[in-house]
Write a protein that binds this ligand. Structure first.
Ligand code: HH2
Length: 277
């Protein structure tokens, strides 16, 4: 994918997560300190991350606090401003707020990762369109605060696909370049373990919608429920989910451990390619 600044992301790609939050479910608080956050992002690039995703609002199920614009800006901007000149990899800003996205883009972010698929803030689509930014459109229901109450579907795969198709069309209508749209089934967002597994199993159908697909399974609760909750079980459970995602046609995996994910991605992509010949 060619970004507005001319940089190209080769797919499949690894997106490394940088949560500058006090309450993210897997690494909350660890990177709230500016210098540690910067060092961690540089380390993730070294380990092979192709994109660094910076977020200042946790979406943790149960009790994640909504964050005011000013607070979110004060968390992410010092880190983003320090990183933009130092990273070769593109930066994505994980936010639902247009004001945060606009400032992040000014400072050098090229991708807007919006878990509300541009629905939370009416000003988001115009901001993205004006900047010719790439956007990640993710499926969820309810707010970040209460999404687990909405995990009811007749046919989760069909409903997620219909939603993402509609949001991609809305994004295009708002002026966002078609070739910069990425769709994401929103693993863990208003979804039970069964829903997450159904979506991972149906990734070829999602990829057939016609946009690159991002999958974020890393360390999520359904992995802990299925694989076990020790660090090693979570690590291998994540690797298994990411292997399947890449083999089934995902273009980007969003992960906390890019070093491991890069090896997983290379192996799964090689197997996928050999099958395609
Ligand atoms: N998952 C999280 C946050 N942002 N963005 C996309 N596009 N897809 C995802 O699956 C996704 C996301 C939640 O994970 P994490 O960043 O680890 O935790 P928190 O939201 O608590 O910061």
């Amino acid at each position: 994918m060619r970004l507005a600044d001319g940089r190209v992301i080769q797919f499949p790609a690894v997106m490394g997560v940088l949560n500058v939050t006090p309450d993210s479910f897997s690494d909350g608080g660890r990177y709230l300190d500016r210098d540690r956050a910067i060092a961690h992002a540089l380390e993730m690039e070294q380990q092979g991350a192709d994109i660094i995703d910076i977020g200042g609002e946790s979406t943790r199920p149960f009790g994640a606090r909504t964050v005011a614009v000013e607070e979110e800006l004060s968390r992410v901007m010092p880190v983003l401003e320090a990183l933009a000149p130092r990273l070769r990899t593109p930066i994505s800003i994980d936010t639902r707020k247009a004001a945060v996205a606009a400032r992040a883009i000014e400072a050098g972010a090229a991708i807007i990762n919006d878990i509300s698929a541009l629905e939370h803030d009416a000003a988001m689509a115009p901001v993205a369109a004006r900047a010719r930014a790439a956007v990640v459109l993710m499926h969820m229901r309810g707010g970040a605060e209460n999404h687990l109450h909405f995990a009811r579907y007749r046919d989760v795969v069909a409903e997620v696909i219909a939603y993402l198709r509609a949001r991609a069309e809305a994004a295009i209508a708002a002026g966002i370049p078609r070739l910069r749209i990425i769709i994401d089934p929103g693993i863990g967002f208003a979804k039970t373990a069964r829903h997450n597994l159904a979506l991972l199993g149906a990734l070829p159908r999602l990829a057939a919608v016609g946009y690159p697909v991002l999958v974020g399974s890393s360390r999520k609760r359904f992995i802990q429920r299925i694989a076990g909750s020790s660090p090693r079980e979570i690590e291998f459970g994540t690797a298994a989910a990411d292997t399947i995602a890449i083999a089934a046609g995902a273009s980007i995996i969003r992960v906390h451990d890019p070093g491991a994910a890069k090896a997983v991605m290379k192996m799964a992509a090689a197997i996928r390619q050999s099958g395609a010949r």
